[in-house]
Design a protein around this ligand. Structure first.
Ligand code: C5P
Length: 218
């Protein structure tokens, strides 16, 4: 067997949404199928990397050849990611909820007749990509995503800087694109060197091409 391009390398991938509990039966979540993140984990593994996938709650199965850790909230996701550092590669694909409730209720919040609906008080979640991008064990290659509905490239460039990433994979997730939850994706790769437009393709092909691009950097 020929050695694979990422043999001996370790990678951490986040995927899926996070669920932030309101009480034992309710949560706040982002929309994410996990399809793109799971495909990237599988693609890196197929190039020989030892991959840990940290996945929020999704309905798709664990990808083959990858060690998958299941988490619910952003704080759990961060803890699982940090536990697997140092690593050579980090690809943060998860749609992490920016906020969680300020005080999770231990008991189910009951509806009371004649009372106003409860107000949710929110507090900021940790930014996992930003934490990894500035970590003392920062991986040699850090990749983030930017799902936007407007000002795609400007937002992606700002994210590259702010989050300490080497690549930002930018995609327009406006509802009319059908990308959210769909099987296809149309991305642009934003690096310090510029922007590269990739044609629309299957999320699996985006994953394979990204994994090859990552391998080229080593
Ligand atoms: O800031 P925004 O959420 O648009 O950034 C998207 C990128 O940051 C994605 O790579 C996502 O996985 C990552 N992210 C994160 N933790 C957060 C928010 C975003 O890792 N709390």
């Amino acid at each position: 067997d020929r050695p694979k391009p990422l043999s001996g390398k370790t990678a951490i991938v986040t995927s899926g949404p996070t669920h932030e509990p309101i009480d034992p039966v309710r949560y706040i979540a982002n929309r994410s199928s996990g399809k793109q993140g799971h495909a990237i984990a599988a693609a890196l593994a197929s190039l020989g990397a030892r991959v840990t996938l940290v996945s929020g709650p999704v309905t798709i199965g664990d990808p083959p050849g990858v060690s998958t850790v299941h988490v619910e909230s952003a704080r759990e996701m961060l803890k699982a990611v940090e536990k697997h550092l140092p690593a050579d590669i980090a690809v943060m694909v998860a749609a992490v909820a920016d906020w969680r409730t300020a005080g999770e209720s231990g008991e189910k919040i009951k509806k009371k007749k004649g009372e106003q609906p409860p107000a949710l008080k929110l507090t900021e979640n940790p930014d996992i990509l930003k934490t990894v991008g500035h970590h003392q064990h920062r991986p040699g290659l850090v990749v983030g995503f930017a799902a936007e509905t407007q000002n795609l490239i400007d937002n992606a460039r700002a994210k590259l800087e702010r989050k300490g990433a080497d690549f930002i994979v930018a995609n327009d997730v406006s509802p009319e694109t059908g990308i959210m939850g769909g099987d296809r994706n149309n991305v642009r790769i934003v690096t310090a060197d510029g922007v590269e437009d990739w044609p629309e393709m299957d999320k699996r092909n985006v994953a394979n091409r990204l994994a090859q691009e990552i391998a080229r950097r080593f």
